[in-house]
Design a protein. Sequence first.
Length: 201
Amino acid sequence: MAEDGANVVLACRTEQKCATAIEEIEKTTADKNKLLQVQNKPTITLGKMEIMVVDMASQASISSACEDFLNDHDKLDVLVHNAGIMATPYGTVEWKGDGGKVTNVEKQFATNHIGPYYMTGLLKDILEKTPNSRVINHSSSASAFCPVTELTPYITVTESDYVTTDTYGCSKRANRYFTFGLNQHLTNVCCVDDVYLFVFE
């Protein structure tokens, strides 16, 4: 996207991860430009790249990152959810509901689905007011690992019932469900699951 001239906000768990990604993009583009110059073709001008530090398993981190984004930007053309962890040791993170109730959410499910769900909700207004905006949810064919269609038990699965591949698969199936739901509830926003990514002209 940056090579197409878009201004890109890279969301990473640490500033160093973002800085490394930006360096790699700049190096790759510079290598392409060398070849383009030899071929007497127009070179690539990168769009602006910004750093956003956010932990997608942390409700507080997501809230803070979205607040900063909304203070600095007046539109959001494309929101790409591609954060993910897989087959990690059992762990939980705390999430607070609307009524203040705290729930211990399994960490894979929190990172892969609950975090993106929460972030999209915080950015809903800016997405809806940006013409032709899109949400892209990075799911996985591993959603087939999920043995059920009702996913709620996997949000708060206990350590004794925890199967890494099942829980990962269910978090990816949740991404699919989320995409379907967004298309029904967001106004003027196109939402796609990039395992089955369509091109819209």
